[in-house]
Ligand binder design. Structure first.
Ligand code: FAD
Length: 247
């Protein structure tokens, strides 16, 4: 979906000049800006990427295409727990059934999602294994909102017909897991180990760039996704100019 994970961010405070915007409204303004600049955005799942005679052959839900350079920005995928029907992403109130949600995880994503869902009038409880790792302001906001924090692990949760039973706390209609993410490079895994070089973000496969969360989950920030994309785009533009005999 255009906009990616940022669409689910409650409030983004760390983008210079855009303090306090919701992730969704930031994405809408990014999309509008990109379209105004002439960027063509096609929504289609990419099924495979193969290198053929120096170009990248892309097979997608909208047919097959070849490109001489390719920027992979497929983001990350969640670490999964053995909890039936648990959610790993919440896009809107329509994703929830009933009025309560148990969130498992203690980092920024768990706390940010808790605040967003709580704002929809849902009873939210966060189950975290160790001291919360989310940033202080998120933790304080969650505490001030009165969202329940329970220390323990997923062993305290048993799924039943009526929902997820959390020992000593009751039953929740929904459960969501935010216990970390890993870069999603599944489309290029078959190419073997692919090294990403700084600052261009070009890889050991000539013409292939990897940016954003797919390049580094430790740097999982919108500003990094943007700046790594910029580095890659500038490197490609330089190569195109050189190929055309320009400076
Ligand atoms: C709850 C939450 C709160 C956050 N808060 C902040 C914050 O306050 N500040 C901040 O800087 N960052 C925040 N982040 C992090 C930020 O959202 C990510 O770092 C950023 O979205 C990474 O961008 P990306 O483009 O690398 O990946 P993503 O946003 O994950 O985008 C990847 C895109 O690739 C698409 N895709 C993947 N595979 C395929 C395929 N096979 N075919 C077609 N498309 C595909 C996906 O559908 C998606 O649109 C937050 C994240 C979350 C989840």
């Amino acid at each position: 979906m255009p906009g990616g994970l940022l669409r689910t961010a409650n409030r983004v405070d760390n983008l210079l000049g855009m303090k306090g915007m919701s992730g969704l409204s930031l994405c809408e303004s990014f999309l509008e800006h990109a379209r105004d600049m002439g960027v063509v955005i096609e929504a289609a799942p990419v099924k495979s990427i193969n290198v053929h005679e120096g170009s990248f052959h892309l097979e997608s839900g909208k047919g097959n295409r070849d490109f001489s350079n390719l920027i992979l920005a497929t983001g990350s995928r969640p670490k999964r727990l053995d909890l039936p029907d648990a959610m790993y992403r919440i896009d809107g109130p329509g994703d929830l059934k009933g009025g309560s949600l148990l969130i498992i995880g203690g980092g920024d994503l768990a706390f940010d999602n808790a605040l967003r869902v709580f704002g929809w009038g849902i009873d939210v409880c966060i189950l975290h294994r160790s001291a919360p790792k989310a940033n202080h302001s998120l933790v304080n906001e969650v505490r001030e909102a009165g969202i329940r924090l329970v220390k323990g692990d997923v062993g305290m949760v048993s799924p039943g017909r009526d929902g997820y039973h959390l020992e000593g706390e009751g039953v929740f209609d929904n459960a969501a897991v935010f216990t970390g993410r890993v870069p999603d490079r599944s489309l290029i895994d078959h190419m073997g180990p692919v090294e990403v070089f700084m600052p261009s973000h070009e890889t050991s496969v000539k013409g292939l760039y990897v940016i954003g969360d797919a390049a580094s989950i430790e740097s999982s920030q919108t500003a990094y996704a943007m700046s790594s994309g910029l580095s890659a785009a500038m490197d490609i533009a330089r190569k195109v100019r050189e190929d055309e005999g320009g400076p």
